[in-house]
Design a protein around this ligand. Structure first.
Ligand code: FPP
Length: 258
């Protein structure tokens, strides 16, 4: 049923709300609050992460239904290694299980998987799983699911700067030719459009080293629910909030003229 705001049967009606105007092309999500969700229920924190994977499945399905083209999820930050060993190993195990159990389904749903973050320090079997997920789904044309794992934005930017410095030393690029576009081409997200919308659950309001360069003009929406509670309605509410925002990219509002 259409609600008069471009939403029909829980899906943004692209006829009523043109894709560019109403639906973000790229949504980034900081999946926060697994531990608090579990603690509030007297459950171990890892149970919150397990429920978090179920929320992730709901989120991917909802993103496809709504018509989002790119979904980037922050599933393990480079700072998360400082957590207790048991929790880290559970998170690594959840990624392994997610890739083993869900890859075939993602592939048949035409989802393209990309992984960003540092792989050098990850176990070999996990690296092989990441490679396999990317290789199998490389030519898919539906939703691109970008999994940020062992990811930290400052490190990503430093790595891009190091690549440019090496190119400069090799005489391939002149320092004066280094532009934002050139640096962007060395980021792990090269080829992926900048996020239009970044959602963080749990009520916390910060980016925590997630897509700092790419989020320069992203709209930020903070949802007062824990990640395990995330569902289609939550994603849709964030998209609707985004659709109400007036994006100016440093210019003036379209409706006020030049
Ligand atoms: C933040 O909650 C969440 C994480 C650090 C990990 C996110 C992981 C998942 C949603 C499941 C794993 C998915 C994959 C694909 C590996 P928190 O633990 O910081 O919660 P808290 O702030 O309440 O303690």
């Amino acid at each position: 049923m259409s609600r008069g705001d471009g939403v029909r049967d829980g899906v943004l009606d692209k006829g009523a709300a043109p894709h560019l105007a109403g639906i973000p092309v790229h949504v980034g999500i900081i999946m926060d609050g697994n531990g608090r969700w579990a603690t509030a229920r007297n459950l171990p924190r890892v149970e919150g992460h397990r429920r978090g994977v179920e929320a992730l499945r709901r989120c991917v399905r909802a993103a496809r239904e709504i018509g989002i083209r790119y979904l980037t999820i922050y599933s393990f930050s480079s700072e998360n290694w400082s957590r207790p060993v048991g929790e880290v190993s559970e998170l690594l195990g959840l990624l392994r299980r997610f890739l083993r159990h869900d890859l075939a389904e993602l592939h048949s749903a035409n989802v393209r998987v990309r992984i960003i973050g540092q792989r050098a320090s990850l176990a070999r079997d996990l690296c092989l799983l990441l490679d396999e997920a990317e290789a199998l789904t490389r030519d898919n044309t539906g939703l691109t699911l970008v999994v940020a794992f062992n990811y930290g934005s400052r490190q990503e930017i430093a790595d891009a700067a190091a690549k440019l410095a090496a190119d400069a030393v090799a005489g391939l690029v002149k320092p004066e030719d280094i532009t934002p576009d050139l640096l962007e081409s060395r980021l792990s997200t090269a080829g992926i459009p900048d996020p239009d919308l970044i959602i963080r659950t749990s009520g916390e309001q910060r980016l925590s080293n997630f897509l700092l360069w790419q989020a320069a003009y992203a709209e930020l929406v903070f949802l007062p629910i824990y990640w395990p509670e995330f569902d289609h309605a939550a994603l849709l509410s964030a998209v609707q909030e985004y659709a109400r925002r007036d994006r100016r990219f440093g210019g003036v509002a379209a409706r006020t003229g030049s």
